[in-house]
Write a protein that binds this ligand. Structure first.
Ligand SMILES: O=c1ccn([C@H]2C[C@H](O)[C@@H](COP(=O)(O)OP(=O)(O)OP(=O)(O)O)O2)c(=O)[nH]1
Ligand SMILES: [Mg+2]
Length: 144
């Protein structure tokens, strides 16, 4: 499947790092280095605009390396890019470390996973089918 993309940045297009990668790494498109204080968040531009077909979404997910090395993650993970969104894709990063962190132009700050999405119609009911779990949740299946 091909998807239309506009790239207003000076960075390469989001790309799968390996043949088996689920996500394409997405790069920051910024004029100046952004510094994030502990617990500070920032909306980081990418310079990217996409045209997804109906029935798909793009998820914006954190990168594990950034999370473990720098404590940087996506605040709204997984971010949802709707199929009908035509604006610039932006990444909401937050610094969950105790140190000041920097984001530079071209840094791979997140990854984008393209997913199929089902849409449904509600069938308003007063009763639901019984199951083994029934209404049990929140640790109801055991102690460990
Ligand atoms: O990490 C993200 C998440 C969302 N978006 C864009 C695409 C998405 O289609 C739009 C709206 O996102 P969302 O539905 O999560 O935000 P909202 O607060 O519900 O805004 P809206 O009322 O515009 O739907 O913002 C991004 O660029 N990056
Ligand atoms: Mg919304």
């Amino acid at each position: 499947m091909t998807v239309k993309i506009i790239n207003q940045s000076n960075n390469p297009l989001p790309a799968y790092a390996t043949e088996g990668s689920s996500g394409m790494d997405v790069r920051a498109f910024i004029n100046e280095t952004i510094t994030l204080q502990p617990l500070e968040r920032a909306l980081i531009p990418t310079g990217l605009f996409i045209e997804l077909p109906q029935g798909f979404e793009a998820q914006i997910r954190p990168r594990s390396g950034l999370a473990i090395k720098q404590g940087i993650t996506c605040l709204n993970t997984p971010g949802t890019v709707d199929a009908d969104y035509r604006g610039e894709i932006k990444i909401i990063l937050i610094n969950l470390s105790n140190e000041i962190q920097s984001v530079r132009n071209g840094d791979r700050i997140a990854q984008m996973v393209i997913q199929k999405v089902e849409k449904i119609d509600w069938e308003l009911s007063v009763e639901l089918e019984e199951t083994e779990r029934s209404t049990g949740g929140f640790g109801s299946t055991g102690k460990h």
